[in-house]
Design a protein around this ligand. Structure first.
Ligand code: FE2
Ligand code: FE2
Length: 274
């Protein structure tokens, strides 16, 4: 049995939890824990306590990409444990988002590798898929091939003193390989959920049967939203959709109207058992 508990998300169904713009989910399999992202602050510590999750037992972390709302909670987690951390080598880019057309930039990256290592983090960086534990893999680099999915236009990063477009090449997903198909956890899915699902299906030779996590459909173009829904309609094998985080309320509701009981509103405290 696999149990996935959402610890940090933009919304929370109960008042005792804290919500923040961010994401963190705990995967439990055969008594082992894999933490998928950490949210942006100490929210993870607050919510884990209420959920009865002992953070000192988390020895493995996988990070979806180097944005503050997915890695910001890591420094607080490191007060409790010194885990192995799986991520893509480009996760430490100095990255920014354009605030408006006047060119103002907001820092949306994470801290330096050394900062986390000094607190006990042990990084294992790879652009290839890695089996973290018994049938649970990182996706590795996600190829982009659809003509309607694009990386957020506002993202740039600092490269040799210049700001260049950030295609978030470090974006990865977590793949749970099960007998009847693949269950996928997204971070923000910056490279497009259809791209990512196609890629993973090609890699594993199996169909995706469900997903949880950020889809970045909230800030996406109207065309990308529409075409993504059209593509999801062709994928009847996707029986569980848990859009979260950067999907936003409006797009999550749209998905619910389209796909009804196949959609879960995944927020703090949601538990999915596979
Ligand atoms: Fe995000
Ligand atoms: Fe992101």
């Amino acid at each position: 049995m696999i149990k996935i508990t959402t610890i940090v998300e933009n919304t929370a169904a109960k008042a005792k939890f804290r919500a923040e713009h961010g994401l963190s989910m705990l995967v439990e399999k055969d008594g082992q824990f894999i933490l998928w992202d950490t949210g942006q602050s100490d929210c993870i510590v607050h919510n884990a306590k209420i959920l009865g999750i002992d953070l000192s037992k988390i020895k493995t972390v996988a990070l979806s990409h180097g944005h503050y709302d997915h890695v910001g909670g890591l420094e607080y987690l490191l007060d409790y444990t010194s885990p192995a951390i799986y991520a893509h080598p480009e996760i430490f880019r100095k990255r920014y988002s354009k605030l408006s057309d006047d060119g103002n930039l907001r820092y949306i990256g994470i801290k330096d590798r050394k900062f986390y290592e000094d607190k006990g983090a042990q990084f294992s960086l790879s652009a290839e898929p890695v089996e973290i534990f018994n049938g649970i893999f990182t996706s590795g680099f996600e190829d982009m091939h659809t003509d309607f999915e694009e990386v957020d236009k506002n993202f740039v990063y600092e490269k040799e003193g210049e700001y260049v477009k950030d295609y978030v090449e470090d974006d990865m997903s977590l793949v749970i390989d099960m007998k009847d198909g693949l269950f996928v956890l997204f971070g923000c899915a910056h490279r497009g959920i259809i791209n990512i699902m196609d890629d993973i299906e090609n890699l594993f030779g199996k169909k995706v049967i469900g997903f949880l996590g950020g889809t970045h459909l909230g800030p996406a173009s109207e065309n990308q939203r529409k075409r993504t829904i059209e593509e999801l309609k062709k994928r009847e094998c996707v029986q569980i959709m848990g859009p979260s985080h950067c999907t936003g309320m409006l797009m999550s509701s749209t998905l619910f109207c389209e796909f009804k009981d196949r959609v879960i509103f995944n927020n703090v405290g949601t538990v999915v058992q596979l």
